[in-house]
Design a binder for this molecule. Structure first.
Ligand code: HSE
Length: 296
């Protein structure tokens, strides 16, 4: 076997209060093909800026080979990405996951999904996007003794996700630098209690509980100033009854609702209050995690 294509879902991390812990896979995908060659690295299908050895699909590919004590030979990598880059929908995690699975499959599939999650989590530093990208669905993760532990949670079938994706990006490094290094105890209690309620509300399909629970004091208050029109858009969404949060580190904003008309209700009003262009992307939960599409 010399060539493998891996499909990885988009992910939304945090879901409000679950900073660096909660994540959910969504119905957008990035496909990455790895083909071993005699020498060198060739990356196609992405911006020139991402075609070097620091490409995340390649770095995780190399990390998995290193953990298997296997030699890195030449490789051609082709990226076919639906997931928008640097928008808070897990584009980086998707590349890390694809590279890890690609290398593992090409060299005989010796590592388990947990093993691949361990390796990629050491690279990313938090498992909230990686876990649902590997496993699909809604997950919560903790890091214990340096290793990620993930559990999956049920979701009510009527939820609809609507991502508001702007035409500007926000690198995660910048969005993380904006955060304090310590927090008051009251903020920690606020997030722990709200986080527990988010998971139950998602299971029950309780939109009112979710709307109240999906609030946060750890990251969103420090990031909203970096996102044009955040407060105006949040106020508009709150008039619809949908639950609202920043998707990951942003700048995408996420609505979770049971109202199939939410997109129509927001579309026209959004144009009137915003300065940037926002694409409204209806999505659903992707229950299937990363998978091998083709092996040749
Ligand atoms: N939990 C991460 C953050 C997600 O909010 O910074 C983005 O990688």
């Amino acid at each position: 076997m010399k060539r493998v294509t891996v499909r990885v879902p988009a992910t939304t991390a945090n879901l409000g209060p679950g900073f660096d812990a909660f994540g959910c896979a969504l119905s957008l995908h990035t496909d990455v093909t790895f083909e071993e060659t005699d020498s060198g690295l060739e990356i196609t299908g992405c911006d020139e800026a991402f075609t070097g050895p620091d490409n995340l699909a390649y770095t995780s590919y190399c990390a998995v080979l290193a953990s298997l004590s296997e030699e890195v030979r030449g490789v051609k990598i082709h990226i076919d990405a639906q997931i928008p880059v640097c928008r808070g929908l897990g584009s980086s995690a998707a590349l890390l996951v694809a590279g890890a699975i690609g290398a593992n499959v090409l060299r005989g599939g010796k590592l388990s999904t947990q093993g691949l999650l361990n390796i990629t989590n050491a690279m990313e530093g938090h498992p909230d996007n990686l876990a649902p990208a590997f496993y699909g669905g809604l997950t919560a993760s903790m890091v214990d003794n340096g290793l990620p532990v993930t559990v999956s949670f049920p979701l009510h079938p009527d939820w609809q996700f609507l991502a508001l994706v702007p035409d500007f990006d926000l690198p995660t490094t910048v969005a993380r630098e904006a955060l304090p290094t310590t927090y008051p105890r009251a903020d920690a209690v606020y997030n722990i209690s709200h986080g527990a309620m988010v998971l139950k509300a998602l299971e029950l399909g309780n939109e009112k509980l979710l709307r109240n629970a999906m609030q946060d004091r750890i990251h969103q208050p420090y990031r909203k100033g970096m996102i044009a029109d955040y407060e105006k858009i949040e106020a508009l969404i709150r008039t619809t009854g949908a639950a609202f949060c920043l998707s990951g580190a942003g700048p995408t904003l996420l609505c979770i609702t049971r109202d199939p008309m939410l997109k129509d209700k927001l579309a026209e009003k959004l144009d009137r209050i915003t300065t940037a262009n926002w694409q409204l992307l209806p999505l659903h939960v992707e229950f299937q995690g990363a998978r091998v599409l083709r092996c040749e």
